[in-house]
Design a protein around this ligand. Structure first.
Ligand code: ADP
Ligand code: MG
Length: 703
């Protein structure tokens, strides 16, 4: 019998929830906190002091000794600096644990070592963290003890955003304001805000930790830089939704428990397509909390893996030749009085508000396809997007048959008189229930797919923060709502005006709608004919951030200043260059210290064999043949290694971030491939016993 897990009791036990606050705070303070959470504004210092004291007491009762302002710098991961609650002892030597309202609201980490992309000169070290009251504080437990974590935004001395959260919060306010204008036009006066909801499905790999530790490439780069394919890959499709192995099952159980304690609604778990690949999905929640929680999910995945002798790989492409990992970012908009703006109802053709919202989203995605693509790019994702395992690098929208038909009618005749319904699903087996099926099938090749009452943005990388994709989504849709509201609020005949606007938007932007096979070559040609951007790599997407239309968009809604955008561009180029540089150096290291020496040793023993066999008077041609083949690979490796050393040194000497990043992509990465090819071929020829690192077969089939 396994122990009983009381999930209801465990859930959010490490979170300073609203319920905890209601219990512990005086009523007036509690009310003030809720008001700020829901309506914005600032908490009075007096109230903040009370909240801080109660938060500290709660944390200390639960074992905490320290607190931290937990933030999300532009590294894509989270940062924390711990301060204990220890205060100055009194004369008698007695010390009381303290935490003030000021310490809760504002922190001042020395920010000079975080990427700022030139926003801050190095001598301007000041950065501030500011409490995000809408995302609950929580307790993190690790070897350092229990730490009270306060989710915060991170800004420079001049108020410029140095993180992923600040622009996200700005974009959430923008979309709320503009979406409210839309729902008001349709008579919803009760709604006070519109919330962007997000549910991210997280993919990951698990490998055995002992084997991981024998692979410098996994340690330094998070992905394999060498490795011949195993005899079996994912072709049998036997891993997807397959029975979960014991060791992985124990990991998942432990992971769920840790996440539930942190208030993360871990909901779905299953094996994914590639061997050793898995997925976890939580229930959706408010965008900024979803972003915070996704960071916790990634962090907890790694932490728990260690306890099971495993390592969790979040890289987008840890292994060549099998699927990589992504994150499906499910996104929708709902009013605080319970209306999902993306819910079409049974008769979407008659749901004018839904059609207007949809038309605005279509317009936004078409106009800013480049930005959306940029938001899903990171170094690892370059291996996936457009590689026929993940959405193509071309942005398009999948609506499904039902909505596509409605749009078609609207564009052609101005009216959508009828709507396709799902009909009955008949299995042909009398004991199975017949049920009504959805009006629309799914399309897994689409980067941006409508899935019933939400859009699923399927391009996002597995290791990346979902902060940027959601900031961009909110921003571009806010802009479209704003423009629609500008027209409709002035209209004399609202019904006519909204009808015309919907027709106009669908007509002008229908090129972005594509329901076919996004993996096909024909789509690449067709997309080009339609004039849709096909941005093939992360660094080619960088300058979409500062086009005239982007700067205008972000400025209009106060999401990014031009300086903030330029700094982000700089950081993206730098990140790219640094990442590829680490990969190149790791390859040089592994090739020269592990692979080449092992191959040389093996050729020596082969040569000895050839001589011995010949001396014995037998035919040694097979052995000699093999020796020649391996020597050829060895020579290939030596040549490529020398070349890689040369181009990496050259790349390192470059000072312009953009030029350097492109050199890494166009030159260094190519030479890395030149080195990998003969090494992988040699792996196929050399005795497994002498191969110095665990193989693909060892790594992905023996977890
Ligand atoms: P699938 O994509 O396979 O249909 P689900 O329907 O379970 O899977 O949803 C996947 C993710 O989408 C989950 O995280 C879920 O909570 C989230 N989701 C469901 N409805 C919404 C919504 N209205 N807004 C945002 N996310 C949602
Ligand atoms: Mg999904």
């Amino acid at each position: 019998m396994s122990e009983v897990i009381n999930v209801e009791e465990l859930f959010a036990s490490k979170v300073f929830t609203r319920a905890t606050m209601r219990e512990r705070l005086p009523e007036n303070v509690y009310k003030e906190v809720i008001k700020v959470m829901e309506k914005g504004g600032e908490l009075s210092l007096a109230a903040a002091d009370v909240v801080a004291k109660e938060m500290k007491d709660w944390a200390v009762e639960n074992g905490a000794t320290h607190y931290t302002h937990w933030f999300q710098p532009l590294t894509g991961i989270t940062a924390e600096k711990h301060d204990s609650f220890v205060s100055h002892p009194d004369e008698s030597g007695k010390m009381l644990m303290e935490f003030s309202g000021k310490e809760l609201i504002k922190g001042e980490p020395d920010a000079s070592s975080f990427p700022s992309g030139g926003l801050r000169a190095t001598f301007e070290a000041r950065g501030y963290t500011a409490w995000d009251i809408t995302s609950p504080a929580f307790l993190k437990e690790d070897a350092t003890g229990v730490i009270l974590c306060i989710p915060t935004a991170f800004c420079s001395y001049k108020g410029e955003a140095l993180d992923k959260k600040t622009p996200l919060l700005r974009s959430m306010e923008a979309i709320s304001e503009q979406a409210l204008r839309i729902v008001r036009l349709f008579g919803n006066t009760g709604a006070k805000k519109v919330v962007a909801s997000v549910g991210p499905e997280q993919e990951y790999f698990l490998v055995d930790r002992e084997k991981y530790l024998k692979r410098p490439d996994l340690i330094f780069a998070g992905r394999t830089l060498f490795g011949a394919p195993a005899p079996k890959g994912q072709e049998l499709e036997d891993h997807y939704f397959g029975t979960i192995r014991e060791r992985v099952g124990a990991y998942m159980k432990d992971l769920n428990i840790e996440l539930w304690k942190l208030g993360v609604t871990a909901k779905t778990q299953h094996n994914e397509v590639a061997p050793a690949q898995h997925e976890l999905a939580p229930i959706y929640e408010t965008a900024n909390i979803a972003v915070d929680h996704n960071q916790l999910v990634m962090e907890t995945m790694k932490k728990v893996a260690g306890r099971h002798g495993l390592t969790c790989l979040l890289h987008e492409k840890p292994f060549a030749g099998v699927n990589g990992s992504g994150k499906h970012n499910n996104w929708s908009l709902a009013t605080d009085n319970g209306v999902n703006l993306l819910d079409p109802g049974d008769t979407p053709n008659e749901n004018i508000q839904f059609l207007l919202v949809l038309a605005c989203i279509i317009k936004a995605v078409d106009r800013h396809a480049d930005l959306l693509r940029q938001s899903a790019s990171d170094v690892g994702n370059d291996h996936r997007l457009g590689a026929n395992e993940a959405p193509p690098a071309i942005i398009s929208v999948f609506l499904g048959e039902q909505l596509e038909d409605v749009v078609k009618q609207l564009v052609e005749t101005g009216e959508a008189a009828h709507v396709l319904q799902g009909g009955k699903l008949e299995t042909g087996v009398s004991t199975l229930p017949d049920f009504t099926k959805d009006a629309t099938d799914r399309n897994r090749t689409s980067p941006f797919a409508f899935t019933g009452n939400k859009f699923e943005f399927r391009m996002v990388g597995s290791a990346d923060s979902i902060g940027s994709p959601n900031t961009i989504l909110n921003a571009i849709v806010a802009e479209a709502f704003c423009e629609a509201a500008d027209v409709l609020e002035k209209a004399e005949d609202f019904d006519l005006a909204v009808h015309d606007l919907i027709k106009e938007y669908f007509t002008r932007h229908q090129r972005i709608i594509f329901n076919g096979d996004g993996y096909s070559d024909a789509w690449v040609v067709e997309a080009e004919r339609r004039g849709l951007p096909n941005i093939k790599s992360m660094i080619e997407a960088v300058d979409t951030l500062t086009t005239e239309k982007s700067v205008k968009l972000f400025d209009k809604f106060g999401i990014f200043t031009k300086a903030e955008l330029e700094s982000r561009e700089e950081i993206l180029y730098e990140t790219y260059a640094k990442t590829i540089n680490i990969e190149a150096l790791t390859m040089i290291d592994m090739a020269s210290k592990q692979i080449i020496p092992a191959v040389i040793k093996y050729t020596k023993s082969l040569a000895d064999t050839v001589i011995a066999v010949k001396e014995a008077g037998a035919d040694a041609s097979a052995q000699a043949d093999l020796l020649n083949q391996i020597t050829e690979k060895l020579n290939g490796m030596k040549t490529a290694l020398a070349k890689l050393e040369e181009v990496t040194a050259k790349a390192n000497s470059m000072s312009q971030a953009r030029e350097q990043a492109f050199y890494y992509k166009d030159v260094v990465k190519e030479v890395m491939e030149e080195l990998r090819t003969p090494a992988d071929e040699a792996e196929m020829l050399v005795d497994k016993k002498v191969w110095p690192i665990p193989t693909y077969g060892d790594l992905i089939f023996e977890v």
